[in-house]
Write a protein that binds this ligand. Structure first.
Ligand SMILES: [Zn+2]
Length: 163
């Protein structure tokens, strides 16, 4: 008999909060922003150095950033590796990627703040729409009343404000 599958709690990604506690923004947890701890330089970063890089066709550019040892995991792939991206290049790619992430995260903070500001607006919009709708109905009723009672309308004015 096969054992039932284990039931595991969700494995959460590390998150950063903006101080409010309840608003969370995903923040990368990897140490190396050049290879995201895979040893393989991220494709978008490779293209900054090898513009025509093709993921499916070309050798794998290995991360050689100082203090990143993840590239050693790929060494068994030997001839399939591209070792031309030096420690200096990888260091620069790491810096660019870090900056990119910081911008992305702060942009998300900004978007959330904007969203929070707008949150008070839907109510106002809704109320106004509701009032407009009510006024349309009243005008329709008045028009219908005028059609149905041509004489009555000349004598008594229907005051919208009182309805
Ligand atoms: Zn790396």
């Amino acid at each position: 008999m096969i054992d039932p599958l284990p039931q595991l709690p969700p494995s959460r990604l590390s998150r950063a909060t903006n101080g409010d506690g309840d608003k969370e923004i995903w923040k990368p947890s990897w140490n190396c922003f050049c290879c995201q701890d895979t040893g393989r330089i991220q494709t978008n970063l490779i293209r900054l150095v090898i513009p025509k890089y093709d993921y499916n066709r070309d050798r794998i550019p290995v991360c050689q950033r100082l203090k990143c040892y993840e590239g050693s995991k790929l060494m068994h792939l030997k001839d399939n590796l591209d070792m031309r991206l030096t420690a200096a290049i990888c260091g620069e790619l790491d810096r660019i990627s870090r900056e990119d992430w910081n911008n992305t995260v702060s942009q998300k903070f900004f978007n959330i703040q904007e969203l929070a500001k707008k949150k008070s607006m839907p109510n106002q919009i809704y109320r106004r729409t509701e009032n407009d709708e009510r006024e349309v109905q009243l005008r329709k009723q008045q028009a219908q009343f005028e059609l149905d009672n041509p004489q009555a309308c000349r004598q008594e004015d229907i005051d919208l404000e009182d309805i």
